[in-house]
Structure formats: C-alpha cells, structure tokens
Design a protein around this ligand. Structure first.
Ligand SMILES: *[C@@H]1O[C@H](CO)[C@@H](O)[C@H](O)[C@H]1NC(C)=O
Ligand SMILES: *[C@@H]1O[C@H](CO)[C@@H](O)[C@H](O)[C@H]1NC(C)=O
Length: 294
C-alpha cells in the first residue's frame, strides 16, 4: 500500500518535471502548447488514478487473502501444536507402555523360572510317589506270598496228626516174674493224643510215617537182682536198659528217636525172670510223641 502510494508520488513528480522543462525552454510557444498538453495530463492522471484504485482493490484483496492465510496458518499452527502435544503425550504413553511391557516380560520370565523350579519339585515328588508305589506293590506281593505261606503252614500244622502219649504201668505193685518175655501193658493212660496206644495190647501204632521220640523208666525195688527192660520196633529189639540191684531199689531210664512207617508198632517188653514195680507214684512209665511227619 505504502509502496503503491510512493509510486504514485514519483509519477506525479515526473510529470511535473517534464511539464516545466517543455514550458521553460521556449517562452513564446508555451501559451499555445499549454492548451494542447493539459488534456493529456488529465487523461494520464485519470488513468493513473484508475490504476491506483485498481492496485488498491487488488491490494485489499491480497491483504484479505493474506489475513485469511494467516488465520489458516494460525489454525494450522494451533492444530500442529496440539498434534505435537498429543504426540508428546503419546510418546510418553508408548514409553510407559514399553516400560510396563518390560516389567511384565521380567515378571513372566520370573514366573517361568519359578514354574520350572516347581515343575522340577513336582517331578521329584511324582518320582518319589512312583517309587513308593513300586515299593508298596513289591511289599504287597511279598505280603501276599507271606500270607499264602502262613496259610500253607497253618494248613500243614492243622493237617499234621497230633500224636503224643504218657503211660503208667499199674497201681497194683509188682508185675512178674514170668517164664517168658512179656509185652508190658500199661494200664494207666495219662494222655493218648491220636489214640495211637492201645492199653489192651500194650502196643503203640504209628498213625503216619514220621520221626517219633520215645522215653521209658522202669523200677525194680528188689535187692540183688537185675533190672532190665527192652524196647521193640515191630519184631526188632532196638533198646535194652539194664542195671544190677546191689542194695535195694534201682530204676532204669532211656530214650530214642525212631523212624516209623505208618502202621509200625513200638512196645516195651519185660524179659523172663524179671519184675517191674509201680504204684500210684508212677515209678514205671512209657512216653512217646510224633516229632514230625516224613
Ligand atoms: C518333568 O517331567 C516331564 C515329564 O517326564 C518332563 O517333560 C519335564 O521336562 C520335567 N521337568 C523338569 C523341570 O524336570
Ligand atoms: C517193694 O515195695 C513193696 C510195696 O511197697 C513193698 O511191699 C516191698 O516190701 C518192697 N520191697 C523191698 C525189697 O523194698
């Protein structure tokens, strides 16, 4: 605007200088010239004025455009500032999120480590449980075997024949002497498990094959005689007990283990010319029992 005004002033000065020069140079002619020149100047001035107005209008337009642009610029700057601020905020948020992410990752790693430790411990526990289960199964197997053995032993014990006897000879004092050997019939039956002994015959009959234990005692209370007794297994004399009575009563005792077949017999024999004595004191006895079956 200011520049346009200055341009206008310059133009006016130029016209004025030119007008002076033309009039000052030739004095006489100037009067006639002046009337010719004047309309031109006015026309040009009018033209200049129009141009100036036009410039002014254009200037005003430009100015309003500029103002508009400045406003837009300000708006854009405002928006830019807002965007920048938002960006800064977002950057902070992103940074915060990244930091939180890192923290979370650390925690996840830590939890994974803890998890591994727990898993290892759990595996160890599981292995121990498996081992204990295995041991338990082994023990159950062994226990079952033991139970079966116990049952078998119980059965064997239950099935095992119960054979045992204890006998006294008599309550009636002396027996003998006789002309021949006689089988002693023990009349006092203290015990007779399995009924192997017969008081009628004086024989013990083995109910099963096995090892049997026998013991015997015989008293003779006469002086100066021989005390003697035999033990027979079937028809075989397997034992003789003997003592010479020098001065008063003497008794003999003995014992042995015999292997007997089922149905074998065992008995005591008083030799000819010998005696045995017994009364309620049970001086003369015969005992036996099954040690174990075979
Ligand atoms: C735990 O046992 C499983 C299965 O046997 C196995 O895959 C895993 O690696 C074990 N973990 C550890 C920590 O030992
Ligand atoms: C033997 O004992 C009987 C019964 O007690 C008795 O009568 C007898 O005199 C005794 N004999 C001797 C030699 O001791």
């Amino acid at each position: 605007m200011r520049r346009a005004a200055a341009f206008l002033v310059l133009l006016l000065c130029l016209y004025w200088t030119r007008a002076r020069g033309e009039s000052g140079g030739v004095g006489v002619k100037s009067t006639s010239d002046q009337t010719n020149i004047t309309p031109d100047i006015w026309a040009e001035l009018k033209e200049l004025r129009d141009m100036a107005i036009q410039h002014s209008v254009e200037l005003t337009n430009t100015k309003s455009k500029m103002e508009k642009l400045e406003q837009e610029n300000t708006a854009i700057q405002t928006r830019l500032t807002a965007s920048e601020w938002k960006n800064a905020v977002l950057e902070n948020v992103v940074k915060e999120l990244q930091r939180e992410n890192t923290d979370l990752l650390d925690r996840v790693t830590s939890l994974e480590d803890q998890n591994k430790v727990l898993e290892a411990r759990m595996n160890a526990s599981e292995n121990e449980v498996e081992e204990l289960k295995r041991q338990s199964a082994d023990m159950m197997t062994r226990m079952n075997a033991s139970e079966n053995e116990v049952k078998e032993l119980k059965r064997q014990i239950a099935d095992q024949p119960k054979v045992a006897f204890s006998l006294g000879l008599t309550d009636n004092g002396r027996i003998g002497p006789f002309n021949t050997d006689i089988t002693l019939k023990f009349s006092k039956v203290v015990t007779n498990f399995g009924q192997g002994y017969s008081p009628t015959t004086g024989l013990f009959t083995a109910p099963v094959r096995g090892a049997y234990y026998f013991s015997l005692t015989l008293l003779d209370n006469r002086s100066g005689v021989n005390t003697r007794v035999f033990l027979y297994h079937n028809d075989k004399k397997v034992l003789t007990s003997y003592i010479h009575n020098v001065d008063g009563a003497e008794s003999v005792s003995n014992s042995l283990v015999l292997r007997l077949e089922k149905g074998d017999v065992v008995y005591m024999v008083l030799p000819a010319d010998h005696t045995a004595f017994d009364d309620s004191h049970a001086y003369t006895t015969f005992n036996g029992f099954l040690l174990f079956p075979l």
